[in-house]
Design a protein around this ligand. Sequence first.
Ligand code: G1P
Length: 292
Amino acid sequence: MSKTIRKAVIPAAGYGTRFLPVTKALAKEMLPIIDTPTIEYIVREALESGIEEFLIIVSSNKNAILDYFDNNYELESQLKEKNKLKELEMVRELPSKLNIHFVRQHEQLGLGHAVLCAKAFVGNEPFALLLGDDVYVGNGKPAIAQLIDAYKKTGSSILGTLEVADKDVSKYGICEPLPGEFGSLMELKSVVEKPALEDAPSNLAIGGRYILTPEIFKYLETQERGAGGEIQLTDSIKRLIKEQEVFSKQIDGKRYDIGSKVGFIEATIDFALEREDLKDDVLEFIKSKISE
Ligand code: G1P
């Protein structure tokens, strides 16, 4: 099987209930960290990691995502007329670089069901899967590039992981490494979706980044509902492990859980502090708040 990962799948079909009321009318993936939609950070991570073709899985109410990755000729001609060339380049740059497709998930039956919508796009090759609630600033390399590197060594499915506190294990898919495995890359015995702490085999949580072999679709097609009454990707990975080796790889970098409000605010502050045009003013504001 090919050792190159050319395709990425990004599910963006969820309701975004944790961000109501704004998500009643705005796709949560379009919520901006400063001035850039969160989904753009995910797409750029994949682009920088060598991904050539993208599939975004959307639902109704998500048309803003399609518009965002398309050209806006009216805006472009306005900007040209007004000689706003920097802004013109800004709105043109991403659509010109992307080979992007969209598919609609008609019913929100869970992550496993969403990923199954990518079957025709993926075909018979391994692919990258990036979940939109997790934004990473990788150390040295983007998070998904770290998994692609690991895939080149193993040729197997790889789940990107992070260590989480006991109180958080029930929010994630949790990995069970084979006995005797240790280090950053480990072969897995099993995985379990959102276990209670007492049933969790470890604190190694699946962090929203995956390399999956196409055999996963065979299991997704027959996957029954699991945790939360949803068709869970983790349950199909558990079945895949019985057929093929599957590994976990610890992601080296900082993760922002932007599906949570605090995580979103944290990302906004950190990203602002990295921006030359904002950092001094933002820092001054934070300092004045702390001294109040
Ligand atoms: C999903 C996955 C879970 C994973 C998590 C990472 O859960 O099902 O295995 O650990 O993403 O963010 P969700 O947060 O969509 O409930």
